[in-house]
Design a protein around this ligand. Sequence first.
Ligand SMILES: Nc1ncnc2c1ncn2[C@@H]1O[C@H](COP(=O)(O)OP(=O)(O)OP(=O)(O)O)[C@@H](O)[C@H]1O
Ligand SMILES: [Mg+2]
Length: 591
Amino acid sequence: MSASKLKTFKKLWPYLWPQNMPDAKTRLLLASVSLVLSKISVLIVPIIFKYAIDGLSEPKNLVVPIFLMILYGGMRLTSSLFSEIRDITFANVAQRTLRQVILRVFDHLHNLSLRFHLDRQTGGLTRIIERGTKAVETLVTFLTFNIIPTIVEIILVSAFLWVMYGMSFSIITLFTMLAYIVYTLKLTEWRIGYVREMNRTDVEAQTKAIDSLLNYETVKYFNNEAYEHNRLDESVKVYEKAAIQGRITLAYLNFGQVFIISIGLVLVMGLAAQGVINKTMTVGDIVAVNTFLIQLYIPLFNLGFAYREIKLGLVNIEEMFQLLSETLEIKDAEQAKPLEIKGGEICFDKVSFHYQSNREILKNISFIVPAGKTLAIVGSSGAGKSTLSRLLFRFYDVTNGSICIDGQDIHSITQKSLRRAIGVVPQDTVLFNDTILYNIAYGRPDAAFEEIMKVAQQARIHDFIQSLPDGYETRVGERGLKLSGGEKQRVAIARTLLKDPKIFLFDEATSSLDTRTEKAIQENLREVSKNHTTIIIAHRLSTIIDADQIIVLEKGEIVERGTHQELLAKKSTYALMWKRQQEHKGKEIYS
Ligand SMILES: Nc1ncnc2c1ncn2[C@@H]1O[C@H](COP(=O)(O)OP(=O)(O)OP(=O)(O)O)[C@@H](O)[C@H]1O
Ligand SMILES: [Mg+2]
């Protein structure tokens, strides 16, 4: 095993040997004792066998052999009992370890920045976690239920043989074992490439099939069924080849293993036969030795499989641990205090920002939204409006300048308190694949149903929900795709209202709605956000004419600011936008 694998193992150790779970160690101890006891019971079986057979071959009375037969059954039972005890005690520790690992990775992923998550495919992340945790489970299982018990058994059998029949038996057995293990590991090493290829192509074929079915409509639009068929076939073909190779190499492995065992058995049997001829051993001894060895080889058959799984598993675990060592981009400052919210005044002071250093997105942005007032941000697509909202929510840190809420730099307060204070209705709403009720309640999971209905009414979605056959229990589908764009937006507004933050941030929150519904919601929102500081990002200027201040953003810079009337009077960018939209609106009415 290479050094890096050992390192992975070391990182895993604290989970396997938990520090803060006192009863885990007791359990491990109990499991180990049970392990040894069960193995000893197994080893007594061949010895009972021997005495029974010897007793039967010269039957003087039948009592002893019958008693031995019963004891034989009893020992088998005892062994099974101890091994079940071992498995149960251990399963407890193993499962808890697994739970800790899963939660640790999951929490860490939620702490990583938006930038990290946008760069990664969520599917890829879940697969890493799935494979990693599965690998931890496999590793623990094989180690405790297979490898360690087998090692214990080899040692015990060798000792037994030595004591009962002399050194040569024990040495032949040990050598056979050694040859068997070395051969298995070497051959498994050679097979790993094929097995890996098999797994890889299997996943690839699966992904292709899923992707193709997800794009069902697109496939039909372009009549590309045959194309998809061939694409899938390419992966399956490679899989087919790898699978056949895998089977052939498995045959080599199995046959070689049996070959080595047979040689060992023949040697030991020969030795035993000689013992019988020399009258130093009985027929019962031959049976006992044979049983010893066969019993020993059975668990070894799985060794190659276990070795491969552990080896591949360590790679997967390493991949998962790599996620854990991913550094956090957005961190609470050392002495971060919770935000002390008063009126909710927001202040951007000379803020500059870029996602990648070669492309400036926001340049020197300064503005103040006084407590309880409303700011509207307008501007063409890509100007940086949503970016402003992400900075306020601290999904990213500003490159230059600072953002303050009630005079406290958001850099120096805890993220939790900051995010508690701000309610965002984002531009693209994604819903959880659950019921409408669940999705609205997400704003405040402990809210009463009456409160949920109230915010649904304010967001003008209550009547629609009531009209559905399943009402609030209607499921919204993956990412909420069973709802229309406007319905989704209203669910998003409702859940943000339920959160009841001090500051509201609506990013095109009503853009998918028809003008009438939009007007109605806007009136409600104005009512709700009366004493709240509000930032509205909008394309449709008619929705923001009442804002206390309007900022026009172009290519990351503020080009104009003022109230609706002031900006119209300027007869510049805003006035032009307004004029264009008014013309457009005329068309909308008559079409
Ligand atoms: N994660 C990101 N990484 C790199 N560039 C980004 C990222 N997110 C946004 N951008 C870029 O930043 C610019 C501003 O994006 P932003 O989403 O703030 O625009 P916007 O004003 O909200 O536009 P729209 O009105 O279309 O929503 C865009 O040119 C966009 O391509
Ligand atoms: Mg945007």
